[in-house]
Write a protein that binds this ligand. Structure first.
Ligand code: KG4
Ligand code: ZN
Length: 340
């Protein structure tokens, strides 16, 4: 029997709804919020207001594009957390309202599990490669940097995590001090293509086991800029591409180093990446090159599944639905959900 899931995602600054039939994506609508750009970061209060404006038309469009009526939906999957609580509340409340109005079961989804399970989505006209269990997933976003061992769609364990900043945060914060627009990750990625990755050297962390740290790199980047700008006020402008290329090169090297370690420790060689930073071209090339050297099968997500989207929430909801993991109407959003 086909399972049709409506997914709803509102954890940060993208309002998204998607319809999935089994693994096949029927629609995936994302309304991004431009309102935050002028502040150089997401303003939570503005985000929740924009979600309120967007949620009804976004869900409506997703159902229409999929050609699916509300009566055909088997379950509504929504992001419970982690994320901004005011933003999450809009998606959770909408999901509950629709559930009551149409008598459709609810399935809560952990946003991070969604990112990981995006590797099981197929396109309407194309099957995509799916990793086999167990696999390792490097989950890299604006708020998280984790190596996750995935034993089944519902059994995941974090085996390494950042002890301070996330990789996306390192991109965004360093971009900010260079005067680049928010979010800085994609801008650095673009500028890095014209720069020399060996032009500058920045601090590399020494952290135990498979854990990460990016705050030392951020500080060393900041100090380099401060010292050089003191000698030459035009320094950043003149060396922007080299700075971006060197920074990206360092972040990718840090990420790969622990991923290699995790693969050796577990013996797992199906390696996936997910989350906003998995769109980074340096990381994508780096994983593929490392994989060739080490006999990994590597899985890079389609670009549209790297940043926040409801397709991945629907995919995770599909597995929970099959497992009978339903949510009740007293469910509340959670800003922090550390366990997977
Ligand atoms: O997963 P995501 O959309 O939201 C969170 O759950 O955090 O990730 C957003 C993060 C931001 O830090 C953004 O700068 C980063 O992903 N990002 C990138 C690229 N595209 C998005 N970082 C580096 N290179 C990119 N191409
Ligand atoms: Zn995310």
């Amino acid at each position: 029997m086909d399972i049709t899931i409506l997914g709803i995602e509102s954890s940060c600054d993208d309002t998204s709804a998607a319809v999935l039939r089994d693994n096949r994506l029927l629609s995936n609508v994302i309304a991004s919020q431009a309102v935050h750009v002028k502040y150089g970061g997401v303003i939570p209060e503005l985000a929740s207001r924009a979600h309120q404006q967007n949620i009804v038309p976004v869900v409506d469009t997703a159902l229409r594009e999929a050609g699916v009526a509300a009566s055909e939906i088997d379950a509504i999957a929504f992001t419970r957390g982690p994320g901004l609580v005011g933003s999450l509340l809009v998606g959770v409340s909408f999901a509950k309202g629709l559930s009551i109005a149409r008598n459709i079961p609810l399935v809560e989804v952990n946003h991070l599990q969604g990112h990981i399970l995006s590797h099981f989505i197929d396109l309407p006209d194309q099957e995509l490669p799916h990793p086999e269990f167990p696999f390792l997933c490097l989950l890299v976003s604006g708020g998280h940097t984790q190596i996750v061992r995935v034993d089944s769609p519902l059994e995941m364990r974090i085996i390494g995590t950042t002890i301070d900043d996330a990789a996306g945060e390192a991109f965004d914060k360093c971009a900010k001090v260079m005067g680049l627009p928010y979010p800085g990750g994609p801008v650095i990625d673009r500028l890095a293509k014209e720069g020399d990755p060996a032009a500058f050297r920045f601090a590399r962390p020494r952290v135990e086991e498979c854990d990460y740290s990016f705050s030392g790199l951020k500080t060393s980047f900041l100090y380099t800029l401060r010292d050089r700008v003191a000698e030459d006020p035009e320094f950043i402008e003149r060396h922007k591409a080299d700075l971006c290329a060197s920074l990206q090169h360092t972040i990718v090297a840090i990420l790969l180093d622990k991923l290699v370690r995790a693969s050796k420790q577990t013996g797992i060689r199906d390696i996936a990446i997910a989350g906003g930073v998995s769109a980074n071209s340096g990381l994508r090339d780096g994983i593929v090159a490392e994989g060739k050297k080490r006999g990994w099968r590597t899985f890079l997500p389609e670009f549209k599944f790297t940043t926040d989207n409801a397709a991945m929430i629907a995919m995770a909801g599909h597995y929970r639905y099959r497992h009978g993991d339903f949510s009740t109407l007293d469910i509340a959003p959670e800003a922090r959900l550390e366990e997977l």
